[in-house]
Design a protein around this ligand. Sequence first.
Ligand code: AMP
Ligand code: GLY
Length: 442
Amino acid sequence: MTPDVPRRILVLGGGGREHALAWRLAGEPGVDEVVCGPGSAGIATTPGVRCAPVDPLDPAAVVALAQAEGVDLVVVGPEAPLAAGVADALVAAGVAVFGPGRAAARLETSKAFCHEVAAAAGVRMARARAFSGGEDAAARAFIRELADAGAGVVLKADGLAAGKGVLVAESPGAALEALPRFLAGRPTGQPALVVEERLEGPEASVIAVCDGERAAALPPARDHKRLGDGDLGPNTGGMGAYSPLPDLDAPAVAAIVAGVHQPILAEMRRRGTPFRGFLYAGLMLTGDGPALLEINVRCGDPETQVILPRLSEPLAPLLLAAARGALPAAAPDLLPAGDDAAVGIVLAAHGYPDSPRRGDAIGGLESAEARGALVFHAGTAARAGGGWDTNGGRVLTVVGRGRSLADAREAAELAAGAIRWDGVHRRRDIALRVPDGAGVPA
Ligand code: AMP
Ligand code: GLY
């Protein structure tokens, strides 16, 4: 049986990931229109996409918009609306939604909960302990314990931090010094942070479309989280990504789906909070095999921008079927992708990630697109009289495609180089040192 295609879809959010989702879904057969709420002026330039104002964190407002627009499916982009219970409200109103309810979204919103579920599911994560406000001494003792065992230390704030609440400490001393910042303002007894053993290896993002029971994996991607070339500087939301991963072939992805996604889905079902939505496993490919670093309950940004252009089967019917609780029986565990490659470079505003500057005039967008790149808007605003200004931290993702990662990287570099504004920051080494499965090149 051919699965139903949602004719009208509401995509919630307004960043680069949502631009890619809206672009992809609007271009699929049988989809008449994608409404993006609130979207952005940049997203609204996509054929088949219209933007509608809404506060994506207001469940009642989202339900009202979905009903007024008569959509067949809502796809939630960012985690914050999920944590705010938007999916629960849509389900209660009888609207099909792809994205988990608040209880299942805790996999992302609470690092401690993620560790608890992974442990119950038998999924390997870094050795870790959660600490609440007031547990300064215990946290210090655990940092020393990890250091004595020869392990590096990672501190992670509990709760949503847009990928920026993690400190990979350079030394145990640096972890001890940073600890008070992670505990400051956290009430006694309230979850404050997770202290983790530092793992080494290339990272990978394996994101699967889940219906509560089954998982169908999107092509894997690799994000570049640090701000600067050579993986230096602070963690960010992500500075660039590429797909496919030469060091993670189809059998390896299938093993991750079987060893990570499936057990997590089973455990969430057992708890009475089945997970429907994009289940994003952030992994470290260590010498001892893959270890789960984190779960996100949504697609990655900028991973989505390089994954979706490669997908060779329609996504919209899968999302609708999964939202209804049953992926089609014929859906493969690994969704098919073309044998092409995609490389995405994030262009960030001056001052990102601490205090991004707004209002710088962007030049060269058309010329980047004329070079064949996909340009996804994240933090832009339409300038009166035409053109675009910076209006956020991550401003654009420029995606180059090619027959190999090297070709795709060249296309992305060329297009990104055509775009300019005062203080633009981007990495020059996205997809440059690609592990090949035989270890990371020096
Ligand atoms: P998270 O938000 O938990 O994915 O952490 C953000 C980034 O911090 C990850 O993508 C890694 O680059 C790094 N990181 C997190 N946990 C660890 C760990 N246990 N060992 C080494 N690096 C880590
Ligand atoms: N790129 C990392 C994330 O979306 O969390």
